[in-house]
Design a protein around this ligand. Structure first.
Ligand code: GUN
Length: 282
């Protein structure tokens, strides 16, 4: 079997097209959606991601502003920037790029963001809504993965889904979202014993650990769906996933590539959340 490749790039382009229409309708009613991204320090990977978000905003007509702050910015200064964005009526979405320098308490910053502008879905209020199933902003990467399942008619009901990685950004929320769609979910992580034995029982595997090519063909049951959230930089500078692509594509029924899979969908859902937020202004 050779897997069908889930084309995140194409799906994201489709989403952006739909969003452009919604932004045009908003602009006609006097509302230009605004996203402010705050980037602290000069981590090259973060700078690249932020540029990608800026470009995507421009493509759909969202007013994007990037606040670039030096690595030595104090927690109090960063909090002041967040508070200013909370108060600014032209800002519909606030995103503080992670990771932050070590002297800043990430949790404190996330909690300072107005939950109604938390387009990352990281605020405890939005996380809590996700847990109990009430409406709120969904974190962009898991949201993008759920959109991929929908677009490729991949039903989760009754399926065994295995998540590798228990981060707040991906692992925990994707487990909840798949459970909401009636999957039986198993969470695996660095202390899981015999990981491959667990993943071989999975109909769906979501790899979100940040270890290049951890998931090889022998981890995968024939016909499974494999979602690769990894964004690992190889010594030669190339971006690669958590899944050994060439190996797994011979066993899986569907899989996402890196690049061109989950990454573009994550950005598309950020734009989606921002437009959704702006529509609340009407
Ligand atoms: N760093 C890596 N991924 C993300 C993300 O989705 N949002 C933010 N704010 N920072 C990140």
């Amino acid at each position: 079997m050779t897997a069908t490749i889930i084309d995140g790039k194409q799906l994201a382009a489709q989403k952006r097209k739909q969003l452009t229409t919604r932004v045009e309708a908003l602009v006609q009613r006097g509302v230009t959606p605004g996203l402010t991204v705050i980037l602290v320090g000069d981590d090259p990977a973060s700078a690249t991601y932020v540029r990608g978000k800026e470009k995507a905003c421009q493509a759909v007509g969202i007013n994007s502003r990037v606040v670039r702050l030096p690595a030595a910015t104090s927690e109090a200064e960063l909090l002041a920037h967040v508070h200013a964005c909370n108060e600014d009526a032209s800002v519909d979405g606030i995103l503080v790029q992670l990771p932050l320098p070590r002297h800043i308490d990430e949790r404190k910053i996330i909690q300072a963001i107005d939950p109604a502008k938390d387009v990352d879905g990281f605020h405890p209020v939005n996380m809590g809504n996700l847990v109990i199933g009430t409406p709120g902003f969904l974190p962009c990467t898991p949201y993008g993965i759920m959109e991929m399942f929908k677009a490729y008619d991949i039903s989760l009901a009754g399926k065994h889904a295995v998540v590798i990685g228990r981060s707040n950004i991906v692992g925990k929320p994707i487990a909840l979202l798949m459970q909401r769609e009636h999957a039986t979910v198993t969470m695996c992580h660095s202390r899981t014993q015999d990981l491959a034995e667990v993943t071989r029982t999975a109909d769906v595997v979501v790899a979100a650990v940040g270890r290049a090519h951890l998931v090889t063909g022998d981890f995968i049951k024939p016909g499974a769906v494999v979602i690769d959230v990894g964004m690992n930089r190889l010594p030669n500078g190339k971006l690669t996933g958590d899944v050994a692509y060439d190996d797994v594509k011979e066993t899986a029924a569907y899989m996402t590539p890196v690049p061109g899979g989950v990454g573009p969908m994550t950005i598309a859902m950020l734009l989606y959340n921002t437009v959704q937020s702006a529509e609340q202004r009407l």
